[in-house]
Write a protein of this length. Sequence first.
Length: 143
Amino acid sequence: MPFLLNSELKDFVEQQIAEERARSTNASSPADEPPSMTLFGSIGYSCHLRGDGSVWACEETDPRTAPWTYAWRPAGHRQALGAIKVAARRHPILIALLPQMPDPIPLCLTCHGSGHLTKGEHVFEGVWCQDCYGLGWLAPEAV
Ligand SMILES: [Zn+2]
């Protein structure tokens, strides 16, 4: 389910898309790649917000059998929220898309509310919890 972008957010996303396109030197980008702003990117995986409010993941399909082959798919809801949370550090305007924390807060038991991958007492900074996607609490799957 796409995020509802108000006119200010829509303008912001369109401006980001235009700026990314202007500075893109990635010749391998397919011409039919849908316009989107990058929320974050990692090795073999990136998340993007389109002007219609939908969040898409672009992933390397299988690096063993088809290296450098990427495919687009709609991001899951929590995955989209996690990507927006990361991008909001650079673009605070995106905070408006994050849901209000419910009361009582359904703290994520996997990461104990940290949002990071944890193993026992050890916290892996920069690696998201796989259950809450970095929020630290469980957002409902459906908006
Ligand atoms: Zn968690």
